[in-house]
Design a protein around this ligand. Sequence first.
Ligand SMILES: NC(=O)c1ccc[n+]([C@@H]2O[C@H](COP(=O)([O-])OP(=O)(O)OC[C@H]3O[C@@H](n4cnc5c(N)ncnc54)[C@H](OP(=O)(O)O)[C@@H]3O)[C@@H](O)[C@H]2O)c1
Length: 229
Amino acid sequence: MARASAELLSVADEVGGLAYPCDLSDLAGLAALVERVEADGPVDVLINNAGVSHVGWFLDRTPAEIDQVLTVNLLAPVHLCRLLLPRMLERGRGHVVNISSMAGVIAPPGLAAYSASKAGLSHFTAGLRADLRDTPLRFTTVHLGSVSTEMDEEARSYGPMRELAAKSGGRDITPMPVFVAAVLDAVEKDRVQVRVPAVMAPLAMAAELPRKVGRLVFKRASAMELRRD
Ligand SMILES: NC(=O)c1ccc[n+]([C@@H]2O[C@H](COP(=O)([O-])OP(=O)(O)OC[C@H]3O[C@@H](n4cnc5c(N)ncnc54)[C@H](OP(=O)(O)O)[C@@H]3O)[C@@H](O)[C@H]2O)c1
């Protein structure tokens, strides 16, 4: 998803698809967006990929920047799920892929609100999996280190991140085709987690551990109990 631009329309044209421009920071517009898209066909796969980082020292961030980060990265995916999951359940199929970040695991400097939004997104996905575990719906969390995009360039231009990037010698960067292939593979094979690059995967696995324990603790709760008030 993206806001209206000539670039978005030309990408849609290139791949023979349709674009539905929208501003995800306008949560009140999401219901209309879902109606608009579903009028053309069911959403079987929702990939929450849009994101904003506003990298820099937290105390320099404006209230508008902080709200935008938390809204686009966390609240919009939560509300898109709220709007689409009932439809997916009714159809008996659906897959949600939430693009999270290693920043949500390690909380690097300059990305406090961003890291919080991504940690929240990873946790939200785990919670959905727990609530909907006895349904045909599938959920994938993608923990991404770094791919070369505008956002990544912005992050790497920030002092402490620049130093870390120089030290890592590029080992944290995943080529875009590898990242895209990993997401497609997760949808095709119902993978619960995607962690790229492999060198950072153990960190995301460690963060997943308490969620795994939570799943085991509540394993015996019946579907009826899960839905009870
Ligand atoms: N690049 C990395 O190294 C990296 C690392 C970890 C995680 N990620 C995650 O990967 C995802 C993609 O990031 P990216 O690197 O491709 O960033 P990007 O180059 O900055 O692109 C961000 C995308 O989000 C869209 N977007 C931003 N604000 C929006 C809004 N209010 N409404 C609708 N769309 C909006 C942008 O479209 P418009 O601006 O045209 O609206 C653009 O398509 C994000 O969730 C990001 O957090 C990226």
